[in-house]
Each structure stands twice: as C-alpha cells, then as structure tokens.
Design a protein around this ligand. Structure first.
Ligand SMILES: Cc1cc2nc3c(=O)[nH]c(=O)nc-3n(C[C@H](O)[C@H](O)[C@H](O)COP(=O)(O)OP(=O)(O)OC[C@H]3O[C@@H](n4cnc5c(N)ncnc54)[C@H](O)[C@@H]3O)c2cc1C
Length: 378
C-alpha cells in the first residue's frame, strides 16, 4: 500500500488547481449573485483536458479513472461549488452510458460531449427522490420505441444539456424492476425544460424541472435491457459518489484556506485570533476532518478504478465528506465572526453552498441506510 499520487495525477491536479485559481475564483461571486453559469469557462476547461476525463480516448475522452476525476473535481469545486458542479454533471450523465451503452451509443454520445455539449442525469421526480422505486414517469412501448410521459425535478444543467439520461418505468407495477434507462434528445418534440429553480446555494449551476409529454424515444436510445434502469442508476452512484465526495473536499479545503488566512490576520485581545486556542483548534479540527474525508474519497475512487466492490466505501466517503463540509463551513463563519455573515467575504457563500452536499446524490440519511445495509448483508 502507498499513499502517493502518480506523477500524472499530480500534474492534472496542479493543472486543475491553477485553473480554479485563475479561471473560476475570479468569477465565482458574480456567478453566484447572478445565478448564471459563466459558460465560457467550460470551453476553457475542455481545451485544457479537465473534462470528460473518464471517457475512453477513442471517443475523445481522457481515458482516466474515478481517482483523476476526484482530484480534478476537488480543485474545480474549491474554486466554486456552483461552477465546479456545472462542469461535472456531464461526467455523472456519462456513467450510465459507460456502464450500459453499446459501442455505437458510446461513440454517438461521447463524441458530442468531447465536442463541448452538455448532458444531464434525470432521475428525481417530484414524488420520488430518495425513493427511486416510486418513479412515475412512464415509458410506454410503441412501434419502434417508446413514448415517455411524466416529469423530473432538480435536474442539474437541464437548461444547458443537449441530451439527458432519463429513468422511466417500462412496467408501472414492477417497482424498481420496472425502471429502464434512456438517452433522450433535448430537442425531442414533447420535451420541455422549466426555468432554472431559485435556490440557497450552488447558484451558478442551473437546476430545472423537465416535462415529458409523449416524447418519442427510439428503441436504439435505450441503455441496457428493459428493467435494468435501477441497477444502472445504482452502479452509476458507485462511480459518481467519489466525485460528489470530492465536491465536498473542495468546499472544505476552501473553508480551511479562508479561515486560516483570516485567523492569522484578525487580532483580538492583543494577538492574532489564531493564537486563541479555541480558534486554533477549529482549524486543526477542520484539517483533520478534511484529511479523513480525502482518504475515504480516494479509497472509494481507487476501488472503483480497480473494479472492486465499493458501495459501502462510496456511501461512507459521501456522507462523511459532505457532513464534514457543512460543519467546516459553519465553523469558518464562526472564525470570521460578524464578517463571516457578510456577503462581502467568501465564507457566507461556502456555507450556503455546502448544505446541498448533504442532499443530492443520495442524502446523508440514505448513505447511512446503505452503510447499514452493507454491514448487515448476509
Ligand atoms: C441542487 C440540486 C441538484 C440536484 N441535481 C439532480 C440531478 O442532476 N439529477 C437528479 O436526478 N436529481 C438531482 N437532485 C435531486 C436530489 O438527488 C434529491 O433531492 C435527493 O435525492 C433527495 O430526494 P428528495 O428531495 O425527494 O427528498 P426526500 O426523498 O423526500 O427526502 C426528504 C427527507 O427524508 C429523508 N428520507 C427519505 N427517505 C428516507 C429513508 N428511507 N430513510 C431515512 N431518511 C429518509 C431524506 O434523507 C431527507 O432528509 C438535485 C437536488 C438538488 C437540491
């Protein structure tokens, strides 16, 4: 066992770090205020090879793994969770195609991502979030394919996407076994995307409702077999949760960086507040939890890349890192005192951003359910 990144991993991490410092941090406050994803940043990241990392090289991807995705994502999200998330959602959407797509489907969709198009991952519905088996969007068989009817909510990047991976029921009475996965074109007649939803944090990344009114989807756009959708979604999460945990690493690292810098400068009772043990210990604790979260995240990613089972490790990494990021953001505000509450300083945004980490890609409660299930598996 060793804990060293390879030279290639160090290189790509450094590239992403510099990119976040130069191209993301300067835009973050405005993008958050305007609730707008600064789209030009995507072309720059694409050109540098910071996107589509896990896609096969023959389709224009980086041919790398979940580990490199985690390293890069941490840096992008250190810059800004909203911008980092918007840059990362196509990676989430590409996982079901990597898992279950035919070579022809991979060629068709990955070459579009390599050319700069966006994709979304559409699972959640108004009445089915944690309870995936309760999906009500229906995919009814018709000649040559399916008609999709229903709606999705909280779909990241839906307003930017050219296509979406959509989970719908081909058998309404079969619970999770009735779910199938499809790739659906944004321009398909009957598909409409709502206005971006207003939200607390991660405001640079658009999330929208998506409506399907008898949207025709050819059979060739189904991923895997009918009824395999639930399994495809769960296997997707085993690859994407290290990335979601890396979102949290980025937020936490930024909390630590900002709080440490402020604590060195700000003086109270004749000394820098860092020298008050009550404050200094907050920073030590932040650093400790960040390191623990990082190790869990790397382990979950490494296992994914080795093809080893990692469901429990992913759930542990995701829950631990995301809960720790929320805690760190709260403590960062405390270190800043009143200034932490001001929109003039970045920790207020970190606090608003951090909350969503405990909600999406499976809430912190659902991650604990998974850990318990894996622990008690016969
Ligand atoms: C900004 C943002 C971006 C998102 N992006 C996407 C996206 O791109 N694609 C997508 O498909 N979805 C996306 N989501 C949706 C997200 O994955 C869901 O919000 C999440 O899975 C929780 O579902 P829910 O909101 O329906 O909450 P619910 O499932 O209604 O849960 C409400 C509360 O009950 C708890 N709870 C529910 N069931 C259980 C249980 N069995 N045991 C213990 N506790 C339970 C939950 O933990 C939570 O605290 C996004 C959400 C947000 C906020």
């Amino acid at each position: 066992m060793h804990f060293q990144l390879t030279d290639e991993q160090k290189m790509i991490q450094e590239l992403a770090r510099t990119f976040a410092d130069r191209e993301i941090i300067p835009l973050a406050a405005k993008a958050d205020r305007d609730e707008q994803f600064p789209i030009a940043v995507q072309a720059k990241a694409l050109e540098l090879g910071l996107l589509n990392l896990a896609l096969p090289t023959e389709y224009g991807g980086g041919g790398l793994g979940a580990m490199e995705v985690a390293l890069v994502t941490e840096q992008l999200c250190r810059g800004c969770l909203g911008i980092g998330a918007a840059l990362s959602i196509s990676a989430l959407a590409s996982e079901p195609i990597l898992i279950a797509g035919t070579p022809a489907q991979q060629q068709a969709y990955f070459s579009r991502l390599a050319a700069g198009q966006f994709a979304s991952f559409a699972l959640t519905e108004p009445a089915a979030g944690s309870d995936v088996a309760a999906l009500r969007t229906q995919a009814k068989r018709v000649d040559g394919g399916y008609k999709l009817t229903g709606s999705k909510i909280w779909i990241s990047n839906a307003s930017l996407a050219s296509f979406m991976v959509v989970f719908a029921k081909t058998d309404m009475d079969a619970g999770h076994k009735g779910i199938s996965a499809f790739v659906v074109e944004r321009e398909a007649p009957g598909l409409s995307v709502g206005e971006p939803l207003g939200k607390l944090g991660q405001r640079a990344a658009p999330v929208c409702e998506v409506f399907f009114d008898e949207v025709h989807v050819p059979e060739s756009s189904r991923l895997g077999q009918e009824g395999e959708g639930f399994s495809i979604a769960m296997r997707t999460f085993d690859r994407s949760r290290p990335m979601a945990a890396a979102f949290a690493l980025g937020v936490m690292q930024r909390c630590l960086d900002e709080a440490l810098a402020y604590a060195k400068e700000r003086r109270s009772m004749g000394k820098a507040i860092l020298e008050h043990q009550a404050v200094g210990h907050k920073l030590a604790e932040m650093s400790m939890k960040l390191e623990a979260a990082r190790l869990l995240t790397y382990q979950a990613a490494w296992r994914a890349d080795q093809g080893q089972p990692n469901t429990a490790e992913c759930a542990m990494a995701k829950a631990f890192a995301c809960d720790a990021a929320m805690w760190a953001a709260t403590e960062a505000i405390q270190v800043y005192g009143g200034m932490g509450y001001s929109t003039e300083f970045p920790v207020e945004k970190l606090f608003r951003d951090a909350k969503v980490l405990q909600i999406y890609e499976g809430t912190s409660e659902i991650q604990r359910n998974i850990i318990l299930r894996e622990l008690t598996r016969a």
